[in-house]
Design a protein around this ligand. Sequence first.
Ligand code: NAP
Length: 249
Amino acid sequence: MSMSDLTPTALITGGSRGIGRTVALTLAAAGYQIYFTYVSRPEAAQQTVADIEAAGGSARAFCLDSGDSEAVSRFFAEEIKGKVHLSVLVNNAGITRDTLVLRMKDEDFDAVINTNLRGAFLFLREAVKIMTRQRAGRIINISSVVGQMGNAGQINYAAAKAGLIGMTKSAAKELGSRSVTVNAVAPGFIETDMTASLAEDVRKAYVSAIPLGRLGSAQDVADAVAFLASDKAAYITGQVIAVNGGLYC
Ligand code: NAP
């Protein structure tokens, strides 16, 4: 039996909560076996696995820090290569360490770049080794509207998210000849734990700047990811799909 006879697997980084969790549930409903990572909340990860299984899907959760290069290589060697049919990679894991530039410490900058940008590179590099051999694969990087328009207090996060867009476009050029597509989704402000701590006045100011008049949902983002993973998106690569309610267009 060849790998392509196995159920296609979607690998999602940071699938225990928020956007990644909803992407996991949505791709499971579309028929993918789900592998996802998390780093600090095993109970949330187990809940996501249980919810996917309760809906008739199959999922495994792995505690794996996206920015740990050795751990990422080991994970691919032990759990992915020759074991599953890796069809989709969603680079979703992300953190924030917000503060104004004059107060930003080296550690704040490095932590955000390491998880949000370097982590995506590490997963992409491993996935590409497999997908180019298969001559098929979908890579979807979760960027942000902040990487497109900038945001005061988020120099580290904006740099990482803009970097992901450059990485997406470059990888699309390298991999198109092997039928591997690489796209980014750039969400606007989405209701998750990441935005839950916004002060009420800040939240109101964001909403008033969004033409569609609301924050987005994780499902809004997951539907764009599911589209890019599907056969309907076969001729789309190197693109950034904004899911931002018109906040930046
Ligand atoms: P969230 O609710 O804070 O969830 C983050 C997820 O990433 C969790 O599953 C977390 O795992 C995981 N994670 C964090 N650091 C990790 C690491 N080093 N290695 C592996 N997994 C890690 O965030 P979210 O709002 O869903 O955001 C998901 C992605 O969308 C991020 O890349 C974010 O930048 C992007 N985004 C979000 C918004 C928004 O408004 N929410 C807007 C634009 C873009 P644990 O549960 O173990 O902590």
